[in-house]
Design a protein around this ligand. Structure first.
Ligand code: SAM
Ligand code: ZN
Length: 277
């Protein structure tokens, strides 16, 4: 946690600003929050979660970590890094549903700025904060009251994660930008074919996502990322483990695919650039 930046982080109990105090964070009403040994803050209150371990489970988190580390999703990271509203000095960015932190972590290494990652999965936030020290990592529910101040962020990233348009609109500065990342046409088509999913799974998700961002946001730009990658056996099993495909596949289909030592897949994402209405 970089405690030298002005903090837009709010106390989840009373919504007053939180600031570092001794080896903890606290608000003016005396609500204390420990800094975990990895450096993150846990601001998820027990009534803000439906289970004891919400969000991606540790196996999914580590599969996603290995898959990103393998470089297969580099085109997604690079496309985000190159967006003009991101590559500016001193930009403040919230990544809501940041997962194991690859996107925000990469940005925090490349440029000066203020970086905040929230995820409801403690394991995801733990591994993010262990690796990337130039960002603030917070366990929080992005679908409830997000513990980030009004009009404090230049950019919000919501990449393959649940969206909370009202909260995103509150947190963004008036001229801020929401970047929504969704699977693009034919994303992982070959994997889905192997698992005998129906063609309905190939539907373009961007139009529906853009519509769902109304009335708070309007789309001002769209970028397609399309590439193909030949995955090895470990990448294939990590990819299945880290996506909902895992839960929707039969054991037989998973056994069949586990025998593959290579598969060429389409990797396709759509980035929506959204501004406040
Ligand atoms: C498919 S992963 C994407 C992670 C990351 N954005 C990426 O692109 O690698 C979705 C993430 O959303 C998180 N998530 C799910 N529900 C959430 C919620 N209500 N609040 C915050 N994060 C949530 C999950 O724990 C998971 O890490
Ligand atoms: Zn408080």
């Amino acid at each position: 946690m970089n405690s030298s930046c002005p903090s837009p982080i709010l106390c989840p109990v009373c919504r007053e600003p939180l600031a570092p105090k001794d080896r903890m964070w606290g608000c003016e009403n005396g609500h204390p929050f420990n800094i975990a040994k990895e450096g993150y803050l846990n601001l998820l209150l027990s009534h803000q979660r439906k289970s004891k371990t919400p969000g991606d489970d540790p196996e999914m988190v580590m599969a996603r970590r290995r898959f990103f580390d393998s470089g297969a999703y580099d085109p997604l990271t690079e496309a985000i890094v190159q967006l003009p509203m991101i590559g500016r000095d001193k930009v403040s960015i919230l990544d809501s549903g940041c997962g194991e932190g690859h996107l925000l972590g990469s940005l925090s290494e490349k440029q000066d700025g203020f970086f905040y990652g929230i995820d409801i999965s403690k394991k995801a936030v733990q591994v993010a904060s262990k690796r990337w020290k130039n960002a603030a990592w917070i366990v929080a529910n992005g679908m409830r009251d997000i513990p980030i101040a009004d009009a404090s962020m230049d950019v919000i990233l919501s990449i393959l994660a649940p969206r909370n348009n009202q909260e995103f609109s509150r947190i963004l500065k008036p001229d801020g930008t929401l970047i929504v990342g969704v699977p693009g046409p034919n994303h992982l088509m070959e994997l889905r074919q192997q698992l005998q999913f129906s063609s309905g799974d190939f539907k373009e998700k961007a139009d529906a996502a853009a519509e769902k961002c109304a009335p708070e946001f309007i789309e001002t730009g769209r970028e397609a990322i399309q590439t193909r990658a030949t995955l090895n056996g470990e990448q294939i099993s990590d990819l299945i483990r880290m996506t909902p495909i895992f839960w929707r596949s039969s054991d037989e289909a998973k056994e069949e695919i586990a025998k593959l030592d290579q598969l060429t897949v389409t990797i396709s994402f759509t980035l929506l650039v959204m501004e406040k209405e």
